[in-house]
Ligand binder design. Structure first.
Ligand SMILES: *Cc1c(COP(=O)(O)O)cnc(C)c1O
Length: 416
Protein backbone atom coordinates (compact mmCIF):
# COMPACT_ATOMS: atom_id res chain seq x y z
CA UNK A 1 0.00 0.00 0.00
CA UNK A 2 1.42 3.36 -0.85
CA UNK A 3 -0.32 5.01 2.08
CA UNK A 4 0.00 3.61 5.57
CA UNK A 5 -2.29 6.22 7.08
CA UNK A 6 -4.93 5.40 4.49
CA UNK A 7 -6.21 1.88 5.07
CA UNK A 8 -9.29 -0.29 4.74
CA UNK A 9 -11.51 -1.27 7.64
CA UNK A 10 -14.62 -3.35 6.84
CA UNK A 11 -14.26 -2.59 3.11
CA UNK A 12 -14.19 1.17 3.82
CA UNK A 13 -11.20 3.42 3.23
CA UNK A 14 -10.08 5.40 6.28
CA UNK A 15 -7.59 8.16 6.90
CA UNK A 16 -6.37 7.40 10.41
CA UNK A 17 -9.65 6.74 12.25
CA UNK A 18 -11.88 8.87 10.03
CA UNK A 19 -13.91 7.24 7.24
CA UNK A 20 -13.36 9.01 3.93
CA UNK A 21 -17.07 8.54 3.15
CA UNK A 22 -17.92 10.59 6.25
CA UNK A 23 -15.53 13.34 5.14
CA UNK A 24 -17.07 13.38 1.65
CA UNK A 25 -20.53 13.58 3.15
CA UNK A 26 -19.60 16.47 5.42
CA UNK A 27 -17.37 18.45 3.06
CA UNK A 28 -18.24 17.32 -0.48
CA UNK A 29 -15.74 16.51 -3.23
CA UNK A 30 -13.18 17.05 -4.63
CA UNK A 31 -11.37 17.40 -1.31
CA UNK A 32 -7.77 16.93 -0.28
CA UNK A 33 -7.47 14.89 2.91
CA UNK A 34 -4.27 14.94 4.99
CA UNK A 35 -3.21 12.82 7.93
CA UNK A 36 -1.71 14.94 10.70
CA UNK A 37 -0.13 11.85 12.28
CA UNK A 38 1.62 10.88 9.06
CA UNK A 39 3.08 14.36 8.62
CA UNK A 40 4.29 14.45 12.24
CA UNK A 41 5.66 10.93 12.00
CA UNK A 42 7.66 11.67 8.85
CA UNK A 43 9.08 14.84 10.36
CA UNK A 44 10.00 12.99 13.56
CA UNK A 45 11.68 10.25 11.54
CA UNK A 46 14.17 12.86 10.33
CA UNK A 47 14.62 14.31 13.82
CA UNK A 48 15.12 10.90 15.43
CA UNK A 49 17.64 9.69 12.90
CA UNK A 50 19.69 12.90 13.11
CA UNK A 51 19.61 13.24 16.89
CA UNK A 52 23.38 12.71 17.13
CA UNK A 53 24.45 15.47 14.74
CA UNK A 54 23.86 19.23 14.85
CA UNK A 55 21.17 19.77 12.24
CA UNK A 56 18.08 21.70 11.17
CA UNK A 57 15.22 20.37 9.07
CA UNK A 58 13.79 23.09 6.82
CA UNK A 59 10.51 21.76 5.48
CA UNK A 60 10.19 22.72 1.77
CA UNK A 61 7.06 24.83 1.80
CA UNK A 62 6.41 24.50 -1.91
CA UNK A 63 5.46 20.81 -1.49
CA UNK A 64 2.36 21.74 0.51
CA UNK A 65 1.96 25.27 1.79
CA UNK A 66 -1.43 25.04 3.51
CA UNK A 67 -1.40 26.98 6.76
CA UNK A 68 -2.57 23.98 8.76
CA UNK A 69 0.32 21.86 7.48
CA UNK A 70 2.82 24.64 8.17
CA UNK A 71 1.39 25.23 11.66
CA UNK A 72 1.60 21.54 12.45
CA UNK A 73 5.25 21.44 11.43
CA UNK A 74 6.06 24.71 13.21
CA UNK A 75 4.66 23.15 16.38
CA UNK A 76 7.06 20.23 15.85
CA UNK A 77 9.93 22.72 15.76
CA UNK A 78 10.57 22.50 12.03
CA UNK A 79 12.37 25.19 10.10
CA UNK A 80 11.25 26.10 6.59
CA UNK A 81 12.67 26.37 3.08
CA UNK A 82 10.88 28.96 0.98
CA UNK A 83 11.10 29.97 -2.68
CA UNK A 84 9.07 33.20 -2.66
CA UNK A 85 7.95 36.10 -0.51
CA UNK A 86 4.47 34.59 -0.57
CA UNK A 87 5.76 31.41 1.04
CA UNK A 88 7.47 33.47 3.76
CA UNK A 89 4.17 35.22 4.43
CA UNK A 90 2.47 31.84 4.82
CA UNK A 91 5.16 30.58 7.20
CA UNK A 92 4.80 33.67 9.39
CA UNK A 93 1.00 33.45 9.31
CA UNK A 94 1.27 29.82 10.43
CA UNK A 95 3.44 30.77 13.41
CA UNK A 96 6.79 29.69 11.93
CA UNK A 97 9.96 31.22 13.39
CA UNK A 98 11.63 33.42 10.72
CA UNK A 99 15.09 32.64 12.08
CA UNK A 100 14.58 29.01 10.95
CA UNK A 101 13.77 30.01 7.37
CA UNK A 102 16.12 29.58 4.43
CA UNK A 103 15.24 31.24 1.14
CA UNK A 104 16.04 29.40 -2.10
CA UNK A 105 15.23 30.17 -5.72
CA UNK A 106 16.83 31.43 -8.94
CA UNK A 107 14.79 34.58 -9.37
CA UNK A 108 14.21 36.52 -6.18
CA UNK A 109 13.01 40.13 -6.58
CA UNK A 110 14.43 43.10 -4.66
CA UNK A 111 11.06 43.50 -2.92
CA UNK A 112 11.11 39.85 -1.82
CA UNK A 113 14.68 40.15 -0.54
CA UNK A 114 13.77 43.27 1.43
CA UNK A 115 10.72 41.59 2.96
CA UNK A 116 12.81 38.56 3.96
CA UNK A 117 15.55 40.77 5.45
CA UNK A 118 13.02 42.80 7.41
CA UNK A 119 11.53 39.63 8.83
CA UNK A 120 15.00 38.46 9.88
CA UNK A 121 15.09 35.10 8.12
CA UNK A 122 17.89 32.66 8.95
CA UNK A 123 19.75 32.48 5.65
CA UNK A 124 19.63 33.06 1.91
CA UNK A 125 20.58 30.31 -0.51
CA UNK A 126 21.89 32.50 -3.33
CA UNK A 127 22.00 31.23 -6.87
CA UNK A 128 23.80 33.91 -8.91
CA UNK A 129 26.28 36.76 -8.69
CA UNK A 130 23.51 39.18 -9.63
CA UNK A 131 21.44 37.98 -6.70
CA UNK A 132 24.41 38.57 -4.36
CA UNK A 133 24.70 42.07 -5.74
CA UNK A 134 21.04 42.79 -5.17
CA UNK A 135 21.03 41.27 -1.70
CA UNK A 136 24.14 43.22 -0.70
CA UNK A 137 22.58 46.45 -1.85
CA UNK A 138 19.26 45.91 -0.03
CA UNK A 139 21.03 44.65 3.12
CA UNK A 140 23.38 47.66 3.21
CA UNK A 141 20.43 50.02 2.77
CA UNK A 142 18.48 48.60 5.71
CA UNK A 143 21.48 47.77 7.87
CA UNK A 144 21.16 43.96 7.84
CA UNK A 145 23.97 41.39 7.81
CA UNK A 146 22.35 38.32 6.29
CA UNK A 147 23.83 34.85 6.40
CA UNK A 148 24.36 33.50 2.91
CA UNK A 149 25.00 30.06 1.46
CA UNK A 150 25.75 29.81 -2.23
CA UNK A 151 23.69 27.15 -3.91
CA UNK A 152 26.23 24.99 -5.65
CA UNK A 153 25.30 23.02 -8.75
CA UNK A 154 27.40 19.87 -8.34
CA UNK A 155 26.71 18.61 -11.88
CA UNK A 156 25.36 15.29 -10.67
CA UNK A 157 22.62 13.31 -12.32
CA UNK A 158 19.82 12.72 -9.81
CA UNK A 159 18.36 10.00 -12.09
CA UNK A 160 14.84 11.26 -11.73
CA UNK A 161 12.21 12.86 -14.00
CA UNK A 162 13.86 15.59 -16.13
CA UNK A 163 11.41 18.25 -14.88
CA UNK A 164 12.38 17.61 -11.24
CA UNK A 165 16.10 17.10 -11.79
CA UNK A 166 18.05 20.23 -10.88
CA UNK A 167 21.68 19.34 -10.24
CA UNK A 168 23.18 19.17 -13.73
CA UNK A 169 25.11 22.09 -15.22
CA UNK A 170 22.49 22.28 -18.00
CA UNK A 171 19.86 23.24 -15.40
CA UNK A 172 19.09 26.82 -14.41
CA UNK A 173 19.73 26.13 -10.71
CA UNK A 174 22.75 26.92 -8.59
CA UNK A 175 26.27 28.05 -9.38
CA UNK A 176 28.92 25.72 -10.79
CA UNK A 177 31.45 24.45 -8.28
CA UNK A 178 34.38 26.51 -9.57
CA UNK A 179 32.40 29.70 -10.04
CA UNK A 180 31.01 29.30 -6.52
CA UNK A 181 34.47 28.79 -5.12
CA UNK A 182 35.76 31.96 -6.72
CA UNK A 183 32.77 33.94 -5.38
CA UNK A 184 33.54 32.62 -1.90
CA UNK A 185 37.15 33.70 -2.50
CA UNK A 186 36.00 37.31 -2.76
CA UNK A 187 33.90 37.17 0.40
CA UNK A 188 35.16 40.53 1.68
CA UNK A 189 33.86 42.25 -1.44
CA UNK A 190 30.34 41.06 -0.61
CA UNK A 191 30.13 42.66 2.83
CA UNK A 192 27.73 43.04 4.64
CA UNK A 193 26.77 39.53 3.43
CA UNK A 194 28.22 36.78 5.63
CA UNK A 195 29.11 33.58 3.83
CA UNK A 196 28.39 31.06 6.56
CA UNK A 197 27.24 28.04 4.60
CA UNK A 198 27.03 26.11 1.37
CA UNK A 199 23.91 24.56 -0.09
CA UNK A 200 22.66 22.40 -2.92
CA UNK A 201 19.51 20.65 -4.07
CA UNK A 202 19.91 18.21 -6.93
CA UNK A 203 16.32 17.24 -7.59
CA UNK A 204 13.28 15.45 -6.32
CA UNK A 205 11.84 11.92 -6.12
CA UNK A 206 15.33 10.40 -5.73
CA UNK A 207 15.39 6.72 -4.74
CA UNK A 208 19.08 6.07 -5.25
CA UNK A 209 20.64 7.59 -2.13
CA UNK A 210 24.15 6.84 -3.41
CA UNK A 211 23.61 10.00 -5.47
CA UNK A 212 23.34 11.96 -2.22
CA UNK A 213 26.55 10.34 -0.95
CA UNK A 214 28.35 11.58 -4.03
CA UNK A 215 26.98 15.09 -3.54
CA UNK A 216 27.81 15.05 0.14
CA UNK A 217 31.44 14.12 -0.41
CA UNK A 218 31.79 17.06 -2.85
CA UNK A 219 30.11 19.40 -0.38
CA UNK A 220 32.22 18.27 2.58
CA UNK A 221 35.38 18.74 0.55
CA UNK A 222 34.27 22.21 -0.59
CA UNK A 223 33.35 23.27 2.94
CA UNK A 224 36.75 22.09 4.22
CA UNK A 225 38.59 24.04 1.48
CA UNK A 226 36.57 27.19 2.25
CA UNK A 227 37.29 26.87 5.97
CA UNK A 228 40.98 26.37 5.26
CA UNK A 229 40.91 29.62 3.30
CA UNK A 230 39.58 31.38 6.39
CA UNK A 231 35.84 31.53 5.73
CA UNK A 232 33.55 30.93 8.72
CA UNK A 233 31.55 28.11 7.09
CA UNK A 234 29.23 26.58 9.66
CA UNK A 235 26.62 24.63 7.74
CA UNK A 236 26.10 22.37 4.77
CA UNK A 237 22.57 22.25 3.40
CA UNK A 238 21.88 19.24 1.17
CA UNK A 239 18.38 20.28 0.06
CA UNK A 240 15.49 17.86 -0.28
CA UNK A 241 14.73 15.19 -2.78
CA UNK A 242 14.02 11.90 -1.01
CA UNK A 243 11.50 9.82 -2.98
CA UNK A 244 8.17 8.41 -1.89
CA UNK A 245 6.51 5.28 -3.34
CA UNK A 246 3.64 6.12 -5.65
CA UNK A 247 2.93 2.62 -6.94
CA UNK A 248 1.32 -0.27 -5.16
CA UNK A 249 4.01 -2.19 -3.29
CA UNK A 250 6.72 0.38 -3.99
CA UNK A 251 8.21 1.48 -0.66
CA UNK A 252 9.37 5.04 -0.12
CA UNK A 253 13.08 5.72 0.16
CA UNK A 254 13.95 5.22 3.82
CA UNK A 255 14.25 8.43 5.81
CA UNK A 256 16.04 6.54 8.57
CA UNK A 257 18.46 4.89 6.14
CA UNK A 258 19.25 8.16 4.39
CA UNK A 259 19.78 10.01 7.66
CA UNK A 260 21.96 7.23 9.02
CA UNK A 261 24.29 7.69 6.07
CA UNK A 262 24.31 11.46 6.69
CA UNK A 263 24.77 11.02 10.39
CA UNK A 264 27.88 8.89 9.99
CA UNK A 265 29.31 11.25 7.36
CA UNK A 266 28.81 14.22 9.70
CA UNK A 267 29.97 12.50 12.88
CA UNK A 268 33.00 14.39 14.16
CA UNK A 269 32.68 17.03 11.47
CA UNK A 270 32.60 20.68 12.49
CA UNK A 271 29.67 21.44 10.19
CA UNK A 272 25.97 21.49 10.96
CA UNK A 273 23.72 19.62 8.55
CA UNK A 274 20.73 21.29 6.89
CA UNK A 275 18.04 19.41 4.96
CA UNK A 276 15.04 20.69 3.00
CA UNK A 277 12.65 17.73 2.68
CA UNK A 278 9.24 18.36 1.17
CA UNK A 279 7.73 15.36 -0.59
CA UNK A 280 9.04 12.81 1.91
CA UNK A 281 7.19 14.60 4.72
CA UNK A 282 3.80 15.22 3.13
CA UNK A 283 3.56 13.11 -0.03
CA UNK A 284 2.14 9.94 1.48
CA UNK A 285 0.15 11.87 4.06
CA UNK A 286 -2.48 13.13 1.59
CA UNK A 287 -5.08 11.87 -0.86
CA UNK A 288 -7.50 13.60 -3.19
CA UNK A 289 -11.04 12.45 -2.53
CA UNK A 290 -13.25 12.58 -5.62
CA UNK A 291 -16.68 11.35 -6.76
CA UNK A 292 -17.59 9.51 -9.95
CA UNK A 293 -19.77 11.77 -12.11
CA UNK A 294 -20.21 9.62 -15.19
CA UNK A 295 -19.63 5.99 -16.08
CA UNK A 296 -18.90 6.08 -19.76
CA UNK A 297 -18.51 2.94 -21.87
CA UNK A 298 -16.69 3.91 -25.06
CA UNK A 299 -15.74 1.61 -27.94
CA UNK A 300 -12.80 -0.05 -26.27
CA UNK A 301 -12.65 1.54 -22.89
CA UNK A 302 -14.48 2.43 -19.75
CA UNK A 303 -14.06 6.02 -18.62
CA UNK A 304 -14.84 7.01 -15.07
CA UNK A 305 -15.32 10.77 -15.26
CA UNK A 306 -14.75 12.13 -11.74
CA UNK A 307 -15.32 15.57 -10.22
CA UNK A 308 -11.60 16.15 -9.56
CA UNK A 309 -9.43 17.19 -12.49
CA UNK A 310 -6.00 18.31 -13.65
CA UNK A 311 -6.68 21.74 -12.20
CA UNK A 312 -6.87 20.05 -8.76
CA UNK A 313 -3.97 17.62 -9.22
CA UNK A 314 -1.64 18.35 -12.13
CA UNK A 315 1.03 15.70 -11.56
CA UNK A 316 -0.28 13.07 -14.03
CA UNK A 317 -0.56 15.68 -16.81
CA UNK A 318 2.67 17.50 -15.94
CA UNK A 319 5.05 14.64 -15.14
CA UNK A 320 3.13 11.59 -16.42
CA UNK A 321 3.06 10.75 -12.73
CA UNK A 322 1.49 7.57 -11.40
CA UNK A 323 -1.05 7.74 -8.57
CA UNK A 324 -2.87 4.73 -7.16
CA UNK A 325 -6.66 4.99 -7.33
CA UNK A 326 -8.35 3.55 -4.25
CA UNK A 327 -12.09 2.90 -4.17
CA UNK A 328 -13.48 4.35 -0.94
CA UNK A 329 -15.84 1.38 -0.66
CA UNK A 330 -14.38 -1.89 -1.86
CA UNK A 331 -16.31 -5.09 -1.28
CA UNK A 332 -14.00 -7.03 -3.57
CA UNK A 333 -15.83 -8.38 -6.59
CA UNK A 334 -14.75 -8.42 -10.23
CA UNK A 335 -12.43 -5.73 -11.54
CA UNK A 336 -12.88 -3.67 -14.68
CA UNK A 337 -10.17 -1.84 -16.60
CA UNK A 338 -10.91 1.87 -16.39
CA UNK A 339 -9.46 5.25 -17.24
CA UNK A 340 -10.08 7.73 -14.44
CA UNK A 341 -10.44 11.17 -16.02
CA UNK A 342 -11.56 14.66 -15.05
CA UNK A 343 -14.11 16.96 -16.69
CA UNK A 344 -11.56 19.48 -18.02
CA UNK A 345 -11.45 19.96 -21.79
CA UNK A 346 -8.00 18.44 -22.34
CA UNK A 347 -7.11 14.87 -23.21
CA UNK A 348 -4.24 15.27 -20.75
CA UNK A 349 -6.81 15.56 -17.99
CA UNK A 350 -6.56 12.13 -16.45
CA UNK A 351 -5.57 10.66 -13.09
CA UNK A 352 -4.97 7.12 -14.29
CA UNK A 353 -5.33 4.94 -17.36
CA UNK A 354 -6.05 1.22 -17.64
CA UNK A 355 -6.58 0.60 -13.92
CA UNK A 356 -8.38 -2.36 -12.41
CA UNK A 357 -11.22 -1.04 -10.31
CA UNK A 358 -14.43 -2.51 -8.93
CA UNK A 359 -17.55 -1.67 -10.94
CA UNK A 360 -18.35 1.97 -10.20
CA UNK A 361 -21.32 4.15 -10.87
CA UNK A 362 -22.16 7.82 -10.46
CA UNK A 363 -21.78 8.97 -6.87
CA UNK A 364 -19.16 6.39 -5.90
CA UNK A 365 -16.08 7.77 -4.16
CA UNK A 366 -12.46 7.27 -5.19
CA UNK A 367 -9.26 8.42 -3.52
CA UNK A 368 -6.24 9.46 -5.59
CA UNK A 369 -3.41 8.32 -3.33
CA UNK A 370 -0.09 9.97 -2.44
CA UNK A 371 -1.35 13.43 -3.30
CA UNK A 372 -0.06 15.31 -0.25
CA UNK A 373 2.97 16.80 -2.03
CA UNK A 374 2.82 18.98 -5.15
CA UNK A 375 -0.95 18.50 -5.18
CA UNK A 376 -3.06 21.39 -3.99
CA UNK A 377 -0.11 23.78 -4.37
CA UNK A 378 -0.28 23.34 -8.16
CA UNK A 379 -4.06 23.72 -8.31
CA UNK A 380 -5.52 26.35 -10.62
CA UNK A 381 -8.91 27.65 -11.66
CA UNK A 382 -8.59 26.33 -15.21
CA UNK A 383 -12.00 25.87 -16.82
CA UNK A 384 -13.27 28.23 -14.07
CA UNK A 385 -13.32 25.42 -11.58
CA UNK A 386 -13.27 26.51 -7.92
CA UNK A 387 -10.33 24.98 -6.08
CA UNK A 388 -10.94 22.01 -3.80
CA UNK A 389 -11.42 22.03 -0.04
CA UNK A 390 -8.73 20.68 2.28
CA UNK A 391 -9.30 18.61 5.39
CA UNK A 392 -6.86 17.68 8.14
CA UNK A 393 -7.48 14.41 9.96
CA UNK A 394 -6.09 13.78 13.43
CA UNK A 395 -7.19 10.47 14.93
CA UNK A 396 -10.92 10.19 14.41
CA UNK A 397 -11.39 13.96 14.26
CA UNK A 398 -11.24 15.93 11.05
CA UNK A 399 -11.60 19.61 10.27
CA UNK A 400 -11.79 21.78 7.19
CA UNK A 401 -8.52 23.70 6.92
CA UNK A 402 -9.41 25.37 3.64
CA UNK A 403 -12.94 26.11 2.49
CA UNK A 404 -13.91 25.04 -0.99
CA UNK A 405 -13.75 28.06 -3.29
CA UNK A 406 -17.03 29.60 -4.38
CA UNK A 407 -18.06 31.08 -7.72
CA UNK A 408 -17.59 34.50 -6.08
CA UNK A 409 -13.95 33.58 -5.36
CA UNK A 410 -13.49 32.84 -9.08
CA UNK A 411 -14.03 36.45 -10.08
CA UNK A 412 -12.55 38.21 -7.03
CA UNK A 413 -10.50 41.23 -8.08
CA UNK A 414 -11.73 41.18 -11.66
CA UNK A 415 -13.36 44.08 -13.50
CA UNK A 416 -15.77 43.63 -16.36
C1 LIG B 1 11.66 21.63 -4.18
C2 LIG B 1 12.81 21.89 -3.32
C3 LIG B 1 13.01 21.13 -2.16
C4 LIG B 1 12.13 19.97 -1.76
O1 LIG B 1 12.25 18.86 -2.60
P1 LIG B 1 11.50 17.50 -2.24
O2 LIG B 1 11.82 16.61 -3.35
O3 LIG B 1 10.05 17.81 -2.17
O4 LIG B 1 12.03 17.02 -0.93
C5 LIG B 1 14.09 21.45 -1.36
N1 LIG B 1 14.93 22.48 -1.68
C6 LIG B 1 14.76 23.23 -2.79
C7 LIG B 1 15.70 24.33 -3.06
C8 LIG B 1 13.70 22.96 -3.64
O5 LIG B 1 13.54 23.71 -4.73
Amino acid sequence: MPLQEFHYRDSQLYCEDAALSAIAQAVGTPTYVYSASAIRENYRAYERALADVPHRIHYAVKANSSLAVLALLAAEGAGFDIVSGGELYRVLRAGGDPSTVVYSGVGKTAAELEYALEQGIGAFNCESEQELDMLREVAARIGAKPAVALRVNPNIDAKTHPYISTGLSEHKFGIGLQAAESLYGEAAKWSPLEFTGISCHIGSQIFDTSVFEEVLSQMLALAARLCASGLPIEGINLGGGLAVGYEQGQPSASIAGYCQMLSSAFAGSRFALGLEPGRSIVGQAGALLTSVLVYKQADRKIFLVVDGAMNDLLRPALYSAHHEILPVFDAGGPRLLCDVVGPVCESGDFFATGRELPACSAGDLLAVATAGAYGFVQASNYNSRPRAAEVLVDGEAFRIVRERETREDLVRGEAS
